[in-house]
Design a protein around this ligand. Structure first.
Ligand code: SF4
Length: 85
């Protein structure tokens, strides 16, 4: 039986690459600040085990691709009442 998907951001026919997301911080380019790799991997591991992860890629609460959101310092887990990271 196919699992129900509740993502508010996209439909189930969206495919996202498994390639790692690479960001660079450069104060001169006004790019978003990113977390160090160790914290990034820890966040992704939490998301992988979370029942709110849809399609293996997308957080059903934010609609964000977690491999992107987890990289940004200013972001946090939007799990209601108890953020997981
Ligand atoms: S609720 Fe938090 S831990 Fe779960 S998928 Fe979304 S960002 Fe990841």
């Amino acid at each position: 039986m196919k699992a129900l998907n509740h993502c508010k951001g996209c439909a189930g026919n969206i495919t996202v690459s498994d390639e790692p997301v690479i960001y660079y911080s450069d104060p001169e380019l006004d790019l978003p600040e990113v977390v160090k790799d160790e914290l990034y991997q820890r966040r992704l591991e939490i998301c992988k085990r979370c029942p709110s992860l849809q399609y293996g890629t997308t957080c059903m609460y934010s609609g964000a691709i977690v491999s992107h959101r987890a990289k940004l310092i200013e972001k946090s887990c939007p799990y209601p009442g108890s953020p997981k990271w």
